[in-house]
Each structure stands twice: as C-alpha cells, then as structure tokens.
Design a protein around this ligand. Structure first.
Ligand code: T1G
Length: 703
C-alpha cells in the first residue's frame, strides 16, 4: 500500500501506492496503513523529516467513495475519522517536518492529507486538480478541511472554498495559497526533501503561541458579520435541500472557536452524519457513479469497433445546427454546415463563431485556436459536400415534410456505413425513419439548448435503429465531451416528455388560482433553476401550443387534454403574449419595453386567473412540481421508453436541472419511499386529476 524509504540525509518518503485501485483512495484499511507508516517514521530517530508522496500518476483522490453507498453505522464510521485526525495531528506536532509532494490530483481527503503537512509543493501538472469537492457529493471535508482551511485562509475565503467545492488547477491553487510552491515534476521529490532538511523545526500556524485566525476570529466583529450573511446565502442557494451546506457552516462556526483538536472532533461528527444521510447516498450514486458510467458509455452495444467521426454533416444552420457545428469542430471534426442557401449557411457559421469570439475577448480562448476551429466549419448549400461524412445530423424545422426532404437528399450522398440522425426534440424517430432508405442507420441525437453549455445528449432508438448506429452515436457524443443516455422511441422521448410536465403543472396551478409568485418560488425551492412559468416564457408559449395541437391531431380522441391547453390558447391567440421573445408572456420582459430593468410577473395574471381563497402551502406546491415529473418518468419506465433508473436520473439532472439532492427523477421516488410516494400521488390525483395517478408497481419501476 505504501512505498517507503529513508535516504542518507534521514528524510523518509511515504509514497501512497494502493494496490488494485486506479487512484489512491482513503478507507479504513488504507488509513490504518498510513497511520502505521507515519507512526514508524516519527518513532524512528534516524528519520529527520518526512515527505508524503504518491507512486501513482496522481496524488490521492480522497475518501473511497465506493464505501459511501454502504449503510455504515456511526460506531463503524466515527472511529475511522477520529483516527485520521489523530494521525494528522501527530504529523503536525511530532517535531519532525512533513512535506507534501503533490504530483497530481489531490482532492478531498487527499488534499486534507497534504494540509496536515507543514509545507505543500505541487508539480506543475496541467491535468492535476487540487481542492475539497466534498459538498458536490453531499458531504463535507471531514479530514480536517473545515478546520485547517479557515485557519489558513481566514474565515471568509475558507468558507467560500469549502462551500463552492471547486477543483482548482495547480496555478489557481498556488494563487489561493493552497500550495506553497510549484516546481517541474522532475524536481518535486528533491525539492520536498530539501525543504524538510532546511526546516527541521517546522510547525503549523495554529500550533504557534498567540495564533489568531487571519482576518479575525469567529467572535470578532468581522466574524459576526460573516456568519449571518453566509447562512443567508447558503439558504438562498440551497433552500435547505442540501444539509452539507449547513453542516459546513456549523463545523467552521463551532470548530474554529475551539482548539483545533476539539474542532476536528466536531467536524468528524458532522461528517459521519452527512455520509449516512439519504441525500448523500442519492448524490454519490447518481452524481458520481452513474454519471461516470454514462460518460464511459456503459450501455454501448457489445462487439462493435469504436467509431471515429472525421467528417460530420449538419443540416440546418440555425441556433442548434450552429451549436452542434461549434462543439464538433472544437473536437477536431470537419463539419459541413448546410442550409437552404449559401447566405443562410454563412449566417449559421457566424452564429457558431459568436460565443467563441466572446471567449477570445475574455482571454479564455486563443485567436489561433478559434481560427482553427472555424476553419473546420464549411458552410454550403450543396448536398454533394456531404460526401464522405461519417454522420449527418439534421436540425431543421420541426416539420415532418421538411425533414423527409432533407433526409432523402442527404442519404443519397452518404456511404454505406454512414449514420443519419435527427435532432428533433419531440417527433417520434420511427415515424421520421419511414422516409429513410436505411432505417437501421437512422437514429435520434437530441441536443439541448444552448448546445455549447448543456452536458446531456439524448440518443433515441427508432424501432428499426441498429446497434451499429447506436454505438456510433455514443462514440460521437463521447468525442464531443458530453454525457449520453439512450432511450427508446415515443412522443417527446424521455426528456421532453417528462420535463413538459413541470411546465404544464405550473400552468395548471396558475389556472386554479394559485398565486403566480408561489408557483415560481415553489419551483426554485424544489431546486429547479427557474420556475415553470418562466421556463415556458423562455421556450415560448407558441411552441408549447404547437406541440399540444400536434399531439391532439396525432392522437385524436385518445388525446387526454390538460388544463394548461386553453391557457396557452388564451395567451397566444387572444392576448398575444407568446413569451419572452415577444417581450411578454406570463412575465413582462425588459426586452418587451415594459420599462422594467428585470422581468416581472404580468400584473394582469390575477384578472385572468382570480386568486383562489385557499392557497396551497409551499410544501404542497413543491411536491406537485416534483411528483408530477416522477410519475411521468415511472410511466416512461413502464413503457420501456427509458430502460434504467440510472438513465432516467442522469437524463433528468443533466437534461433539465432536476435537483441533484434527489438523485434524479426516479431516485426521488426511492428517497420519498415508494409506498409513501404512491399514497401522496393518489392524494394529488384525487385533488387535481388522473395525471397524478402512478402506474402499478411503483417500487419495482423505481428500483
Ligand atoms: N473513490 C473511489 N473511486 C474513485 C475515487 C474515489 N474518491 N476517485 C476516482 N475513483 C475511481 C473512479 O470511479 C474510476 O473508477 C477511476 O477511479 C478513475 O476515475 C474525508 C469524505 C480523481 C479527478 O470527490 O473527481 O474525501 O470507473 O474515471 O476522469 O474529507 O475520479 O475506472 O473503475 O473519474 O481522470 C473526495 C472524486 C471524496 C474525487 C480522476 N474526492 N474523483 O478523474 O478518472 S470525499 C473526490 C474524481 C472525501 C474527506 C471526504 C475523479 C478524478 P473506474 P475517473 P478521471
């Protein structure tokens, strides 16, 4: 587990080298092993100083997240972290200098191990990330981070770092004071040994007489200003959905008023509670494991060689087409960007260039890099240019006739193995594939807007889509650095179908006379980026109305209808308030010349939807907005539109910002409890209609 050595100068090196693990991780076994090595080095009089290093490509990746999903008791967990605290304090107070030689990733407990050293030297490794990302997993830096960072950086900077959980580059870490020195990789070990030899009496600031926290203690005037504000900001960001936010504030507030030995015990108790919390289980399972697996294409069909997309055709140079061209060219693909005429295609290329020019201005991208990327986008109106494409993606209007026309014309130019994909957001792929000469190579690749920013791509199998097309689509999505889920065909597939219920429920509540501000705030309190009425203003009521009308046309009498339908009719056809683009929808938008600097709910809403006497409490409103989506996701699972809970969870979080504390739209059922969830939905169905009635066997579907 550890490669240890002592050199002629008496400097010991303890190099982490955990067997059978791709990265060094900290668990009961490895932390006990580390304790033994540290105690041995301290007890050995021949040892004058100690360097903590790693024999792997990276330093230490923190606590072993594999263990987080086990149901461990307090009795099993607490001793491990108290023991680690003891080791850290022994390193700090043994009288021998400890130096961290950080060669690569030092994250979570890995960086906290370096914090127990008197000095931190990092190799200038551009891939390395240094930081305390625990809050992103629902836990807190429980290996001393909440006690050492504020004592090192001060309370404000310390809290900022602990609460934002960022993984910093070596350069950023040096700027923040997280590492003391940066050297070329080949000098790292030598420099660390040198420092140990030159600093035999090293001590930690907090072990020096008269130590005060830089910038003021907790009970200082500054501290007293800081914590109420930090509390409020934490609440405003998390609405109490993420217990780790409060726990980190408490660790710092309580622990930093006491000697560090006491502070470390306070921290360990909060950490154990966080590790055992259901929100943590949900966040770790989906946020770490399922997303890592999705990024590694866990569902890719077997036995099909990796596809390399050298040349990509994009039909339709609108916002989506331009975004697809930009992200693909950015990953080295030659892109043919087609539109009805050369001018429209050029305009599309200019659309792709705009965000890049902004990044160049902000110094986040080089001129040459942007030029090279844009050189790979060839605007055209000639189908012949598609020849040699490995993949063609159509992003033309959501109109079957236009899609049929471009499909035929493009396929005529494609080689036998090329795949044709549609970026449609709602039209069933099987239907679109009827116009294809090669339905086995016809697939849905559904991007989200803005393409450059949204991490998810939804791949839709039509009834005849073959495995080779699915594998190529997955390889393409991985090549552009996004996360794919694979779903089966159906109206609205999985993402559009489920996310629509969030919006529709908000509009239904408006129609019932629920206060608009309550609806919007309930959406945010539930953890969504924006409230449902604002979403539909942004995506346009006209689009929602068109989709509902198409649905009604396709389904005829089978169309169930929804209370929101006539609200869309009213706003689009009668009130001429189609949404944000027009400057007015459910909101008055500044673009619409309402004079306001920011958006505001239209004051006339109450005239069209008189406020009901009995308003729901915010918990009921929040529950309606969450459950309605989970019920629809359960139906998708029952119909095998989505074939695993993981795909549903990853798709909901990355696709439309379903809140991470739930673990995703189906994990939310498990977190609520399948039986409890079923009862709550049946109660909602009694009050608001059958759209809340869950399918049979909720527990099995959400498992
Ligand atoms: N625990 C268990 N497995 C881990 C791991 C970890 N901490 N980190 C990585 N792996 C596995 C990962 O599952 C994958 O396995 C392989 O290593 C390569 O990872 C007390 C409580 C380090 C930046 O949050 O961010 O410390 O799929 O594919 O893209 O305060 O992994 O190959 O079988 O992601 O180069 C805090 C989490 C824990 C770091 C490398 N630590 N890991 O990224 O490779 S909480 C973290 C990462 C904590 C203490 C608290 C990344 C990486 P497999 P990879 P990568």
């Amino acid at each position: 587990m550890f490669d240890t050595s002592i050199d002629a100068d008496g400097i010991a090196v303890i190099a982490w080298n955990i067997p059978d693990r791709p990265v060094n991780v900290m668990n009961e076994t490895t932390m006990a092993g580390f304790r033994d090595e540290v105690e041995k080095a301290i007890a050995d009089d021949a040892v004058k100083g100690v360097v903590i290093a790693s024999a792997k490509e990276d330093f230490i990746a923190g606590a072993d997240i594999d263990g987080f999903l086990e149901d461990l008791s307090v009795e099993a967990l607490l001793p491990q972290f108290l023991m680690f605290d003891k080791v850290g304090r022994a390193m700090e107070t043994s009288g021998k200098p400890f130096v961290a030689a950080i060669n690569g990733h030092a994250l979570g407990g890995g960086y906290e191990t370096a914090l127990c050293c008197h000095y931190r030297i990092a190799a200038d490794n551009p891939k390395a990330r240094i930081g305390l990302p625990e809050i992103g997993l629902g836990v807190l830096p429980g290996g001393g981070g909440t006690q050492r960072i504020p004592r090192m950086l001060g309370l404000q900077a310390g809290l900022q770092m602990l609460l934002d959980g960022r993984k910093h580059t070596v350069a950023q870490a040096a700027k923040m004071g997280l590492v003391d020195e940066v050297v070329p990789p080949e000098d790292l070990l030598g420099r660390a040994k040198r420092w140990a030899l030159d600093n035999p009496d090293a001590t930690q600031p907090w072990d020096r007489k008269g130590f005060r926290i830089p910038g003021g203690d907790v009970q200082s005037a500054k501290g007293m200003q800081l914590f109420p504000a930090a509390n409020a900001m934490g609440r405003e960001r998390s609405y109490g959905n993420y217990p780790a936010v409060q726990a980190i504030l408490s660790c710092v507030y309580e622990g930093c008023q006491r000697h560090i030995d006491v502070g470390l015990r306070v921290e360990s108790k909060y950490l154990v509670n966080m590790i055992r919390h259901p929100v943590t289980k949900a966040m770790v399972r989906t946020g770490f494991f399922e997303m890592t697996k999705a990024r590694k294409l866990k569902g890719r069909p077997e036995g099909i060689p990796k596809a390399k997309i050298g040349r990509l055709g994009i039909l339709g140079a609108g916002m989506m087409g331009a975004g697809i061209a930009s992200v693909s060219a950015g990953r080295g693909m030659d892109c043919v960007l087609m539109d009805v005429d050369r001018e429209a295609a050029e305009a599309g290329k200019a659309r792709a260039a705009a965000p890049l020019e902004k990044r160049v201005k902000q110094g986040r991208m080089g001129e040459a890099q942007m030029a090279a990327l844009l050189d790979r986008i060839a605007p055209t109106d000639d189908y012949a240019e598609l020849e040699g494409s490995d993949l063609v993606i159509e992003a033309v209007f959501e109109d079957r006739a236009i899609k049929a026309e471009v499909t035929k014309a493009a396929e005529a130019r494609l080689g036998p193995d090329a795949v044709f994909a549609s970026n449609t957001s709602t039209l069933p792929i099987t239907g679109l594939a009827e116009t294809s000469a090669r339905p086995a190579q016809f697939i849905g690749i559904h991007f989200f807007s803005p393409v450059e920013k949204m991490p998810l791509v939804e791949i839709i199998r039509g009834a005849e889509t073959g495995d080779a097309a699915v594998a190529l689509a997955l390889d393409y999505v991985q090549a552009i650095g996004k996360t794919p889920i694979v779903v089966n065909d159906g109206r609205g597939f999985f993402t559009s179908r489920v996310f629509a219920t969030y919006v529709m429920e908000g509009v239904a509540m408006l129609k019932e006379g629920v206060a608009p501000a309550l609806i919007e705030n309930a959406g945010k309190i539930a953890g969504f980026p924006v409230g449902p009425l604002e979403v539909v203003d942004n995506t346009s009521l006209g689009l929602s109305l068109a989709i509902r009308r198409q649905w009604k046309k396709d389904l005829g009498d089978a169309y169930a209808g929804h209370p929101a339908d006539d609200v869309f009719e009213l706003f689009v056809e009668t009130l001429d308030r189609p949404g944000r683009k027009a400057g007015k929808g459910f909101y008055d938008w500044p673009e619409g010349g309402s004079g306001g600097k920011t958006k505001r709910l239209w004051p006339e809403l109450g005239r069209h939807f008189p406020r009901a006497a009995d308003q729901p409490d915010v918990e009921e409103a929040r529950r309606r907005l969450l459950h309605i989506q989970s019920v629809e996701a359960l139906r998708c699972r029952a119909e095998n539109v989505v074939t695993s809970r993981a795909d549903a969870d990853v798709g909901s979080i990355l696709g439309w910002g379903f809140p991470m504390y739930t673990g995703g739209v189906l994990s939310w059922v498990g977190q609520t409890g399948a039986a409890e969830f079923t009862d709550q939905c049946n109660a909602l169905a009694d009050r608001h209609g059958p759209r809340f009635a869950p399918p049979d066997d909720v527990a099995a579907l959400a498992a």
